[in-house]
Design a binder for this molecule. Structure first.
Ligand code: ASP
Length: 308
């Protein structure tokens, strides 16, 4: 097993499949009255969040607690980070406290990689800038496999703000490793020309959502990340929604079996309408539930847990 999970590229097909299979076992715990396993008793997991998060932070906390680990939640607000403490000094503090795993979210791409040089424990990237978010890709793959029965041969459209999306990057890497075909769809301003080839061979790009929809098994809508936009990438929110938003008429272009995904948080009415988000084809709530099982599997395997 690998020591850190920093990128979707850290996972070969066998390791990724082991994580998904372990997550399926972990999911059975969620159905029990006592949702707890003793596997990580006595181990310490630190959640180090320098950027806002709802789902990911709660999900990692629930995952570590279900495995009986001791959990320390550190958020940059209210800590010495606001006094200017560097990531390195924070890392040394965690090291002194004996953290077995550090789950880190940071606005700077590459921060988890630096952290991995400074601590002895395992580092899990919970989102670094516009770079990667590997556990999101794993929970997305888990959800696709659970709904559609396989990953190899699936055709997945990843739609929208690819430029700023760490979710897109990690998904492209992982899905390619697992044998799915990916088409990136969005306005040319939000799909860097060389991104598809730089990430993995065989990735297609399209600027025409309506043309792609009838041919896919999965459509993954991305949030338009206005907080990361330094320029105007499209004329208006309305124009964006008109060309690239998923509404009910567009959803009807999908094959019968196809599913609609979104990592959250959603801009309802922009990249996805409420009608689509709340439809039976949408897996958005399942993705959140699956996130806990997948993160349990990641922590369990990275920390070499036993006594499942
Ligand atoms: N929650 C995801 C992330 O942290 C997706 C998003 O924010 O749009 O990257």
């Amino acid at each position: 097993m690998i020591r850190h999970l920093l990128s979707g590229a850290d996972l070969d097909a066998a390791t990724a499949t082991l994580i998904l299979d372990t997550a399926a076992e972990m999911a059975t715990v969620a159905g029990r009255e006592v949702k707890k396993l003793p596997a990580l008793r006595g181990r310490t997991v630190v959640n180090l969040f320098y950027e806002d998060s709802t789902r990911t932070r709660i999900s990692f906390e629930a995952a570590a607690k279900r495995l009986s680990a001791d959990v320390i939640n550190f958020s940059a607000k209210g800590s010495s980070v606001t006094k200017g403490e560097s990531l390195k000094d924070t890392a040394l503090t965690l090291q002194a406290m004996g953290a077995d795993a550090v789950v880190v979210r940071h606005p700077a791409s590459g921060a988890p990689h630096r952290l991995a040089d400074w601590v002895d424990g395992s580092v899990v990237n919970a989102g670094d800038g516009t770079h990667e978010h590997p556990t999101q890709a794993l929970l997305d793959a888990y959800t696709m496999r659970a709904r559609l029965g396989r990953l190899a041969g699936l055709h997945v459209a990843v739609v929208g703000d690819v430029l700023h999306s760490r979710v897109a990057r990690s998904n492209v890497l992982l899905l390619s490793t697992l044998g799915a075909k990916v088409t990136l769809v969005g306005p040319p301003t939000l799909i860097p020309v060389d991104i598809a080839q730089a990430l993995a061979p065989g990735i297609d790009v399209s600027y025409d959502l309506d043309a792609v929809l009838p041919n896919v098994d999965v459509v993954m809508m991305l949030r338009v990340q206005r907080e990361r936009m330094t320029d105007s990438y499209f004329p208006s929110a309305r124009e964006y929604a008109r060309r690239y938003g998923l509404d009910a008429p567009r959803m009807r272009r999908l094959p019968e079996h196809a599913i609609v995904m979104h990592p959250g948080p959603m801009n309802r009415g922009m990249e996805i309408t409420p009608e689509v988000a709340d439809s039976p084809r949408s897996t958005i709530v399942e993705q959140v539930a699956n996130g806990v099982s997948v993160r349990m599997a990641v922590l369990y395997l990275l920390l070499g847990g036993n006594n499942l």
